[in-house]
Design a protein around this ligand. Sequence first.
Ligand code: PMP
Length: 400
Amino acid sequence: VFGHIKLAPPDPILGTAEAFKKDTHADKVNLGVGAYRTDEAKPYIFKAVKEAEKRILADPTLNKEYLPMRGLDSFNSLARELLLGKGCAAIAENRVATIQCISGTGSLRVGAEFLKVNVNPPAVYVSSPTWGNHLTIFKKAGCIVREYPYWKPETRGIDIEGMLNTLSSAPIGAVILLHVCAHNPTGVDPTPQQWDQIQNVITQKRLIPYFDSAYQGFASGDLERDAYVVRKFVNEGSQCLVSQSFAKNMGLYGERIGALHIICRNKVTAEHVLSQAEIVVRQMYSNPPLHGALIASVILADPALTQSWKVELKAISERIIQMRVRLLEELIKLKVPGDWTHITSQIGMFSYTGLTSQQCENMINKWHCYMLKNGRISMSGINTKNVAYVARAIKHSVDH
Ligand code: PMP
């Protein structure tokens, strides 16, 4: 019955983690990891999360009953407020349909299915390059996926002309997937002026913006700043979708907690939209898990705990920014050919080094520095102990 089934190719990201685990070399470095690591290369649990869990365990009113299909209501409204801001008119007017989802990936999957069933867009446009799962998630839902140019290798920056041209020729009603901040894999975000231009095309061409918010607060350390573009679109009247993840900014990777927000024209539409999104969930997994939703809502409902979480979040993002500075210093010290200032100008967890796939292979095979073959490295894999080693690996790979 199953004998004909072929071995699936390894996932480029998760496969890198597996290869790193198997390697026994003393100096090995995991630059593929999509999760935060401390300066000791260890996973990090937020103190605010531990405190929330303590309170959850001590609460005699809690139980393990099923959540409704839309998830935990207190989580949904707090998550929405964190994303859109306290004074958001769309929230006050009850026109945001929010559904708790299985982290960012689950939210994108529900969003994609919801769109296919209820809107049937002529195409979904994703950036080239993008996080690989974007393409497969939307294809899996039956959408036609196209790409818009994003990365310009010559400038190691955004190809804004290419992007605007492609969006201008997209059919009415096409969905445009946008990374809210800390674009994965490039680490390059549009400037406010470029967001204005992107918004103009989207509005004029009647396209549907779909924001992926996987790194709010993680990119700059400032939750408000990292939500800039979503709030701008929503406050200026956009109807859009947002997939929100708490994996990175609360370190809740394995708890799988996130949300899908669909910003509608009015309250009645939002109610209808929510009811349809619930049908999608009912047929996929019935209802979402409880524990992560409780953790996030305990933190966000208590101003003191929220504040201590924000302080930790800032410290994390600063360690990453500091590692960018240190890596650049080392590369300059070693006189590695080329301009490496993109290491400090890019933001978020990832840096798109510009290393060719051959150079990446040298990083992996000769230096045991595990990274993606497209040149993406995770800055959180770098620490004060291995930064000089990573720089030497880059130098050897470039000279190679
Ligand atoms: N979107 C982007 C751009 C991401 O980088 C990630 C995580 N790597 C996700 C969504 C989803 O992550 P999760 O499902 O863990 O929330």
